[in-house]
Design a protein around this ligand. Structure first.
Ligand code: GLY
Length: 473
C-alpha cells in the first residue's frame, strides 16, 4: 500500500464515520506566538476542546504537518542515525468535540487497523491509564479493549505514558496507546488515543472540559513502515525517492548501514522539513523560527559535503518533495518557486560563510608555512552567526501556554513526542511516579509487574537507547 493510499484511506475511513476532513494547519501556529511550530494534530482545535470556539462540525479528521525540533524536545541529533526519528512528520488524527468518546474511538481504531488495513490482530497491544492520585484507573478503556484483546496484551501505565496534555495548562486526559509487535520481538507505538476530559489550570488543578472529547495521533511514517512491511521509516515510499535522488547526486548507493547512508537520511529528512517550513512562510534567519530552519538546512548542507557534494544541491531536491507531497499539501506546489529560490540563496550564503572562514584561515596558514609554527592568536575562529533569540534555554520548547513543556518521549510515529505529562495530576508535588526522573532501569522495574507478556520496557528501551546513543553532527 502506498503512503498516499494510507493517508487517503485514513481520512476516508473517518469521513465515512461522519468526520469533517479539515486541512492541516500551517506549521507556523497562526494565533500562538509562543508555540514554535505546530507539533500535534490537536493544536488547531485547542479552543474547540475548551469550548471557547464553536465549529459547524463535532467530528474532524486531519493529516497534520508537525515539527518537533527545539529546546528539550529537540530530536535533531537523532535524525540520521535513527530509523524512526524525524524533524518533520505527518500526524493522522480523528477528533470528537463533545460528540463520541472512548466507546466509539477504540472500536474505530481497532476496525481501521485490523479490518481495513488488515494488520494481524495478534500483532497489536494496547495500554491504558493505571490510575494515580487524582485520576482513577481507566476501567472503561480496559473493558473496551477486552472486547478485542486478551488481558495479557493490555498494559497499564501511569501518567508518564498514559496521561496526555499539550502543555502545562490546557486540554488533557487519560490516553490509550496502540503498539505493533515487530518481527524482531520489539514493540513500536503506532497510535495514541487521548480521552480529553480536563482543562489543566495554571495551579495544576484539573477542571472538567465542557464535554468529554477525543484527540488521536498516529504518525504516518511509522504506520506506513508497518503496512509496507519494512524495518525503517526511511525504507518507505515517503523517503525512498528522495534518498535515491541523494544517492544519485553523490554517486554512492543507499545501503542503510554505512555512514554515507546516515548522511543521506539527514538530508532527506531535512529537505522535507525545509521545503514544508519555507512553503509555510518561514525564512532562514538568525532568529526564532528562522534560526531553526537555518540550523536544519546547514546541517543538511554539511552532510552533503560529507558525501562529497561540492555544489549547492538542496534546491535541486525540493522538486522531489513537491512532486511526492504536493497532492496532499497543495501549498507546496503553490509556493514551489519561492521555496527553490530561498533554498538556493541560503546555500549560496552558507558557501560564502565557509569561503570567508577559509579565507581568514589562509593568512595565518601561510605564515605557519613561512615560520614553521603558528601562535594560537594567529588562527581566527570561524564564527557563524549566533541566534538573536536563544532557543535552547534548557527546558524545552515553549508551549501554547507560553510555558515550556517538559520532556521528550517516544512518539506515535514522528520523532519523539513532546508530551509534558510528568506533572502531578492534582497539582501538588506529591511523591507520585511522575515526579521521579526515571532511566530505563526504573522504567523496566515499573513495567515488570503490569506488563508481563508485553516486555514493553525492554523493547522500547532498546529503541530509545539506540536512538539517543547514536549521535551525529
Ligand atoms: N494529541 C495526541 C498526541 O499527540 O499523541
Amino acid at each position: 500500500m502506498r503512503s498516499r493510499d494510507i493517508r487517503r484511506g485514513f481520512l476516508e475511513f473517518f469521513e465515512s464515520a461522519g468526520h469533517k476532513r479539515v486541512a492541516s494547519a500551517s506549521l507556523v501556529p497562526g494565533d500562538d506566538p509562543t508555540l514554535l511550530f505546530t507539533n500535534a494534530g490537536m493544536n488547531q482545535f485547542k479552543d474547540v476542546f475548551l469550548g471557547k470556539e464553536k465549529r459547524d462540525y463535532a467530528r474532524a479528521t486531519t493529516t497534520q504537518k508537525c515539527m518537533r525540533v527545539s529546546g528539550k524536545h529537540n530530536d535533531l541529533d537523532n535524525v540520521g542515525p535513527s530509523p524512526r526519528h524525524h524533524t518533520f512528520f505527518e500526524m493522522l488524527g480523528n477528533f470528537s468535540f463533545g460528540d463520541y468518546f472512548k466507546g466509539e474511538a477504540i472500536p474505530y481504531a481497532w476496525h481501521l487497523l485490523t479490518a481495513v488495513w488488515q494488520i494481524p490482530p495478534e500483532r497489536l497491544y494496547a495500554t491504558i491509564f493505571m490510575g494515580e492520585p487524582g485520576v482513577p484507573r481507566d476501567d472503561e478503556a480496559y473493558d473496551l479493549w477486552r472486547k478485542f484483546l486478551p488481558a495479557d496484551r493490555i498494559g497499564e501505565l501511569g501518567a508518564e505514558d498514559n496521561f496526555w496534555q499539550m502543555g502545562d495548562t490546557g486540554p488533557c486526559g487519560r490516553c490509550s496507546e496502540i503498539y505493533y509487535l515487530k518481527d524482531d520481538g520489539s514493540m513500536m507505538e503506532i497510535w495514541n488515543n487521548v480521552f480529553m476530559e480536563f482543562d489543566r489550570q495554571p495551579g495544576g488543578a484539573l477542571d472538567p472540559l465542557p464535554a468529554p472529547s477525543i484527540d488521536t495521533g498516529m504518525g504516518l511514517e511509522r504506520v506506513t513502515a508497518v503496512l509496507q512491511g519494512v524495518e525503517s521509516n526511511y525504507d518507505t515510499d515517503l523517503f525512498q525517492p528522495l534518498l535515491q535522488d541523494v544517492a544519485t547526486m553523490c554517486g554512492q548507493p543507499y545501503t542503510r548501514t554505512d555512514a554515507a547512508s546516515t548522511s543521506m537520511r539527514v538530508i532527506a529528512d531535512h529537505m522535507r522539513a525545509s521545503t514544508f517550513l519555507i512553503a509555510d512562510g518561514v525564512i532562514p534567519s538568525n532568529e526564532w523560527r528562522g534560526y531553526v530552519l537555518r540550523k536544519i538546512m546547514r546541517r543538511a548542507m554539511r552532510h552533503g559535503k560529507k558525501l562529497g557534494i561540492t555544489e549547492p544541491f538542496m534546491h535541486a531536491l525540493a522538486d522531489r518533495v513537491v512532486s511526492e507531497m504536493g497532492d496532499a499539501y497543495p501549498e507546496l506546489r503553490a509556493n514551489r518557486d519561492s521555496v527553490v529560490k530561498v533554498i538556493r540563496s541560503e546555500e549560496e550564503r552558507f558557501d560564502a560563510v565557509l569561503s570567508a572562514g577559509l579565507g581568514r584561515l589562509d593568512g595565518p596558514r601561510r605564515r605557519v608555512g613561512e615560520q614553521g609554527r603558528a601562535r594560537r592568536r594567529d588562527v581566527p575562529a570561524l564564527r557563524l552567526p549566533r541566534p538573536a533569540a536563544r532557543l535552547h534555554r534548557g527546558h524545552g520548547q515553549r508551549t501554547a501556554t507560553g510555558r515550556r513543556s517538559r520532556r521528550v518521549r517516544r512518539g506515535h510515529g514522528g520523532p519523539a513526542r513532546t508530551c509534558p505529562r510528568r506533572q502531578p495530576l492534582r497539582g501538588h508535588p506529591g511523591p507520585g511516579l511522575h515526579r521521579r526522573r526515571r532511566g530505563h532501569a526504573g522504567r523496566a522495574r515499573r513495567h515488570r509487574g503490569s506488563l508481563r507478556g508485553l516486555r514493553r520496557h525492554r523493547s522500547l528501551g532498546r529503541e530509545d537507547r539506540g536512538a539517543v546513543r547514536r549521535r551525529s553532527t
